[in-house]
Design a protein. Sequence first.
Length: 196
Amino acid sequence: MSGPDAQTKMQFLFALRSRGVTEAAVLEAMEAVDRGLFLRGIFSERAYEDVPLPIACGQTISQPSVVGLMTQALQVNPRDTVLEVGTGSGYQAAILAKLARRVYTVDRHGRLVREARQVFQQMSLSNITSLVGDGSHGMPDQAPFDRDHRHRRCRRSPRPALGAVEGRRHHGGPGGPIGCGPDPDPRPKDRKWAGI
Protein backbone atom coordinates (compact mmCIF):
# COMPACT_ATOMS: atom_id res chain seq x y z
CA MET A 1 0.00 0.00 0.00
CA SER A 2 1.35 3.40 -0.97
CA GLY A 3 -0.46 5.30 1.77
CA PRO A 4 -3.57 7.41 1.72
CA ASP A 5 -4.15 10.30 -0.68
CA ALA A 6 -4.31 13.86 0.65
CA GLN A 7 -8.12 13.92 0.84
CA THR A 8 -8.28 10.64 2.77
CA LYS A 9 -5.62 11.88 5.18
CA MET A 10 -7.47 15.17 5.69
CA GLN A 11 -10.76 13.35 6.39
CA PHE A 12 -8.92 11.03 8.78
CA LEU A 13 -7.45 13.93 10.78
CA PHE A 14 -10.81 15.73 10.82
CA ALA A 15 -12.50 12.57 12.17
CA LEU A 16 -9.86 12.28 14.90
CA ARG A 17 -10.35 15.92 15.93
CA SER A 18 -14.14 15.55 15.97
CA ARG A 19 -13.77 12.60 18.37
CA GLY A 20 -11.59 14.52 20.80
CA VAL A 21 -8.03 13.94 19.62
CA THR A 22 -6.77 17.53 19.70
CA GLU A 23 -3.11 17.50 20.79
CA ALA A 24 -0.94 18.61 17.89
CA ALA A 25 1.89 16.15 18.60
CA VAL A 26 -0.51 13.19 18.69
CA LEU A 27 -2.21 14.27 15.46
CA GLU A 28 1.19 14.71 13.76
CA ALA A 29 2.27 11.24 14.89
CA MET A 30 -0.96 9.70 13.63
CA GLU A 31 -0.61 11.51 10.32
CA ALA A 32 2.95 10.19 9.96
CA VAL A 33 2.06 6.52 10.62
CA ASP A 34 0.28 4.72 7.76
CA ARG A 35 -2.30 2.46 9.45
CA GLY A 36 -2.56 0.46 6.23
CA LEU A 37 0.91 -1.00 6.80
CA PHE A 38 -0.43 -2.80 9.88
CA LEU A 39 -3.33 -4.50 8.08
CA ARG A 40 -3.43 -7.41 5.62
CA GLY A 41 -5.55 -8.22 2.59
CA ILE A 42 -8.89 -6.55 2.06
CA PHE A 43 -8.73 -4.83 5.44
CA SER A 44 -5.85 -2.57 4.35
CA GLU A 45 -8.36 -0.79 2.08
CA ARG A 46 -10.32 0.20 5.21
CA ALA A 47 -7.28 1.47 7.12
CA TYR A 48 -8.55 5.05 7.42
CA GLU A 49 -12.04 4.22 8.61
CA ASP A 50 -12.58 4.84 12.31
CA VAL A 51 -13.35 1.21 13.10
CA PRO A 52 -11.48 -1.66 14.74
CA LEU A 53 -10.39 -4.27 12.18
CA PRO A 54 -9.31 -7.91 12.52
CA ILE A 55 -5.66 -8.92 12.51
CA ALA A 56 -3.97 -12.29 13.06
CA CYS A 57 -4.36 -14.49 16.16
CA GLY A 58 -8.00 -13.49 16.70
CA GLN A 59 -6.99 -9.94 17.70
CA THR A 60 -8.02 -6.53 16.37
CA ILE A 61 -6.33 -3.26 15.55
CA SER A 62 -8.07 -0.56 17.59
CA GLN A 63 -10.00 2.17 15.84
CA PRO A 64 -7.86 5.25 15.22
CA SER A 65 -9.86 7.57 17.48
CA VAL A 66 -9.39 5.20 20.43
CA VAL A 67 -5.66 4.96 19.69
CA GLY A 68 -5.48 8.75 19.54
CA LEU A 69 -7.39 9.25 22.79
CA MET A 70 -5.28 6.66 24.63
CA THR A 71 -2.07 8.21 23.30
CA GLN A 72 -3.24 11.69 24.24
CA ALA A 73 -4.19 10.51 27.76
CA LEU A 74 -0.69 9.09 28.30
CA GLN A 75 0.83 12.57 27.85
CA VAL A 76 4.01 11.16 26.29
CA ASN A 77 7.05 13.43 26.27
CA PRO A 78 10.07 13.20 23.92
CA ARG A 79 12.34 11.94 26.71
CA ASP A 80 9.93 9.23 27.94
CA THR A 81 10.43 5.48 27.90
CA VAL A 82 7.10 3.74 27.34
CA LEU A 83 5.98 0.17 28.08
CA GLU A 84 3.16 -1.20 25.94
CA VAL A 85 1.66 -4.54 26.91
CA GLY A 86 -0.21 -6.03 23.97
CA THR A 87 1.68 -5.21 20.75
CA GLY A 88 -1.09 -6.44 18.48
CA SER A 89 -0.51 -5.06 15.00
CA GLY A 90 2.14 -2.63 16.22
CA TYR A 91 0.14 0.47 15.20
CA GLN A 92 -0.03 1.94 18.71
CA ALA A 93 3.69 1.28 19.30
CA ALA A 94 4.58 3.05 16.05
CA ILE A 95 2.61 6.12 17.08
CA LEU A 96 4.18 6.08 20.55
CA ALA A 97 7.62 5.79 18.90
CA LYS A 98 7.00 9.09 17.09
CA LEU A 99 6.45 10.76 20.48
CA ALA A 100 8.79 8.98 22.92
CA ARG A 101 12.51 8.37 23.21
CA ARG A 102 12.04 4.59 23.54
CA VAL A 103 9.11 2.14 23.34
CA TYR A 104 9.17 -1.40 24.71
CA THR A 105 6.27 -3.52 23.52
CA VAL A 106 5.46 -7.10 24.51
CA ASP A 107 2.83 -9.54 23.25
CA ARG A 108 2.14 -13.21 23.96
CA HIS A 109 1.57 -13.92 20.23
CA GLY A 110 4.90 -14.48 18.48
CA ARG A 111 3.34 -14.06 15.05
CA LEU A 112 2.04 -10.59 15.91
CA VAL A 113 5.43 -9.52 17.27
CA ARG A 114 7.23 -10.80 14.16
CA GLU A 115 4.82 -9.03 11.81
CA ALA A 116 5.02 -5.79 13.81
CA ARG A 117 8.83 -5.91 13.76
CA GLN A 118 8.77 -6.15 9.97
CA VAL A 119 6.65 -3.00 9.75
CA PHE A 120 8.82 -1.16 12.31
CA GLN A 121 11.86 -2.02 10.18
CA GLN A 122 10.09 -0.93 6.99
CA MET A 123 9.27 2.42 8.69
CA SER A 124 12.85 2.76 10.07
CA LEU A 125 11.54 2.94 13.65
CA SER A 126 14.69 2.02 15.53
CA ASN A 127 13.45 3.17 18.95
CA ILE A 128 11.05 0.23 19.43
CA THR A 129 12.02 -3.00 21.17
CA SER A 130 9.38 -5.70 20.65
CA LEU A 131 9.39 -8.95 22.60
CA VAL A 132 7.31 -12.10 22.85
CA GLY A 133 6.10 -12.71 26.38
CA ASP A 134 3.31 -12.51 28.93
CA GLY A 135 3.82 -8.90 29.98
CA SER A 136 1.41 -9.12 32.93
CA HIS A 137 4.28 -8.26 35.26
CA GLY A 138 5.67 -5.57 32.98
CA MET A 139 9.30 -5.81 31.91
CA PRO A 140 11.30 -5.59 35.16
CA ASP A 141 14.63 -5.94 33.30
CA GLN A 142 13.92 -2.68 31.44
CA ALA A 143 12.14 -0.75 34.24
CA PRO A 144 11.49 1.94 35.21
CA PHE A 145 9.15 3.30 32.55
CA ASP A 146 7.77 6.80 32.31
CA ARG A 147 4.51 5.67 30.71
CA ASP A 148 2.71 2.32 30.77
CA HIS A 149 -0.02 1.36 28.29
CA ARG A 150 -1.93 -1.91 28.54
CA HIS A 151 -4.52 -3.10 26.09
CA ARG A 152 -7.95 -4.33 27.08
CA ARG A 153 -7.20 -7.96 27.89
CA CYS A 154 -4.30 -7.06 30.12
CA ARG A 155 -5.55 -3.92 31.78
CA ARG A 156 -5.71 -5.36 35.30
CA SER A 157 -2.18 -5.15 36.48
CA PRO A 158 -0.60 -6.96 39.40
CA ARG A 159 1.40 -4.92 41.89
CA PRO A 160 4.85 -5.87 40.50
CA ALA A 161 4.06 -4.20 37.18
CA LEU A 162 2.84 -1.07 38.90
CA GLY A 163 6.09 -0.82 40.82
CA ALA A 164 8.02 -0.76 37.57
CA VAL A 165 6.82 2.76 36.83
CA GLU A 166 8.39 5.58 38.82
CA GLY A 167 6.88 8.64 40.46
CA ARG A 168 3.97 10.50 38.93
CA ARG A 169 3.77 8.45 35.76
CA HIS A 170 0.83 7.64 33.54
CA HIS A 171 -0.83 4.32 32.91
CA GLY A 172 -3.82 3.54 30.79
CA GLY A 173 -5.69 1.35 28.43
CA PRO A 174 -9.07 1.10 26.78
CA GLY A 175 -11.97 0.95 29.16
CA GLY A 176 -10.32 2.95 31.91
CA PRO A 177 -7.28 3.16 34.07
CA ILE A 178 -5.53 0.03 35.24
CA GLY A 179 -7.20 -1.39 38.31
CA CYS A 180 -10.53 0.34 37.66
CA GLY A 181 -13.73 -1.41 38.55
CA PRO A 182 -15.53 -2.45 41.70
CA ASP A 183 -12.38 -3.65 43.49
CA PRO A 184 -10.67 -1.22 45.85
CA ASP A 185 -8.00 0.80 44.09
CA PRO A 186 -4.57 -0.38 45.34
CA ARG A 187 -2.65 2.42 43.60
CA PRO A 188 -0.84 5.14 45.49
CA LYS A 189 -2.85 8.37 45.51
CA ASP A 190 0.11 10.50 44.38
CA ARG A 191 0.16 8.97 40.89
CA LYS A 192 -1.89 10.24 37.98
CA TRP A 193 -3.49 7.47 35.94
CA ALA A 194 -4.51 8.04 32.36
CA GLY A 195 -7.17 6.19 30.47
CA ILE A 196 -10.45 6.64 28.69
